[in-house]
Design a protein around this ligand. Structure first.
Ligand code: SF4
Length: 345
């Protein structure tokens, strides 16, 4: 059997590759970055929401299973540049540095993931201009290292605000969808800050809180056990205050129906999820259908969310929409099974 190509080395791709190896299928794992692990490794995720497990406890086993397998050929720093149907599977071109290699593969799993919204597009929040306005993915590294300081002066903040739905549920930037993870990850970060530094005040500005299913528990605990404060409202802009030493969040408190203006030492933006550059590329290379949001579209999202509807092409993880790590891992397993069935028959 020609190898099954897994494109993308994040949680879904690692899960798929590991599962294929466990079945005994030859596997070719291709990742455009120079490392495996996707966004959790890239941004050094700290604790994972909602259970507050260290990210290493999840990513470590996924990585070790792939790195310890003799039946998985790993190709890092490599991109897919061409794809065409062959007798059974696909003939693909893989580019590494200046070299393009052609390979025959029996099936393809697309686990190309997501990119975080570039918060500079919300110019009014000052991301990229004010050093103490951060993106929540950057705060993960701070939490991971337990070094919560203002980038502007290296001092610990006294008061932090999180602004939810940045680049999500926002037709002005062309992203009307909900990012699914922004609420729970922001709340998790606020809890982590309060656990480690109870002297820091934590405020969350929200439109509504979407901690679906059992995740709601963390929302209530964040208020009752950790003293996180929630303000329903929209922040219209962030400016400098107090001679440039603090940030001023200006907007409307929609419960009290009145304007609000509060100084903070640090502001953290919950940036949404968008289709990754890799996801857009593979959609074009394979002629795959995409939804209006640009994510890949399974043929039957209810019955078979890992089947693209094109023979030999399977989907997993956030390439099909915003997703939590456990969901991405589960889809990786499903896609591995379906790809193996296809390649074997
Ligand atoms: S998950 Fe929360 S932060 Fe993300 S778009 Fe939905 S409501 Fe906004």
């Amino acid at each position: 059997m020609n190898p099954i190509l897994v494109l993308g080395g994040g949680p879904a791709g690692l899960s798929a590759a590991g599962e294929l190896a466990a079945i005994g299928a030859p596997t070719l794992l291709v990742e455009r970055e120079s490392y495996l692990g996707g966004n959790p490794v890239r941004w050094q995720y700290s604790l994972l929401a909602p259970d507050l497990h260290p990210a290493e406890d999840v990513m470590g086993p996924l990585l070790r299973r792939v790195e310890g397998s003799a039946s998985i050929e790993r190709r890092l720093g490599t991109t897919l540049v061409s794809a065409e149907r062959s007798a059974k599977g696909y003939r693909v071109g893989l580019k590494n540095a200046d070299t393009v290699e052609t390979r025959e593969v029996s099936a393809v799993i697309l686990a190309t993931g997501f990119d975080h919204f570039d918060s500079r597009r919300k110019f009014e929040y000052g991301y990229g201009r004010y050093p103490d306005v951060l993106d929540f993915k950057e705060v993960e590294k701070m939490l991971h290292e337990d070094r919560i300081v203002r980038p502007s002066d290296g001092q610990p903040p006294k008061r932090i605000a999180w602004i939810l739905c940045v680049g999500s549920r926002d037709v002005q930037v062309g992203n009307p969808w909900c990012c699914r993870m922004g609420c729970v990850v922001s709340i998790k970060q606020a809890v982590e800050v309060r656990q480690k530094h109870p002297e820091i005040d934590a405020y969350v500005y929200y439109m509504d809180i979407r901690t679906y299913g059992l995740w709601e528990d963390l929302y209530w605990k964040s208020m009752q056990d950790h003293g996180v404060k929630f303000i329903r409202g929209r922040i219209g802009q962030v400016t400098l205050a107090e001679g440039g030493s603090r940030l001023l969040a200006t907007g409307e408190d929609t419960i009290l129906s009145r304007p609000t203006e509060v100084p903070f030492d640090m502001i953290i933006l919950a940036s949404g999820m968008e289709p990754s550059a890799g996801t857009r590329d593979v959609a074009s290379l394979f002629g795959l259908p995409v939804g209006p949001e640009g994510f890949l579209t399974p043929r039957e999202s209810d019955l078979n969310p890992v089947d693209s509807g094109i023979p030999g092409l399977f989907l997993a993880g956030a390439a099909t929409g915003p997703k939590a790590i456990p969901d991405a891992v589960t889809e990786g397993m499903g896609a591995a099974l379906r790809a193996y069935q296809y390649a074997r028959d």
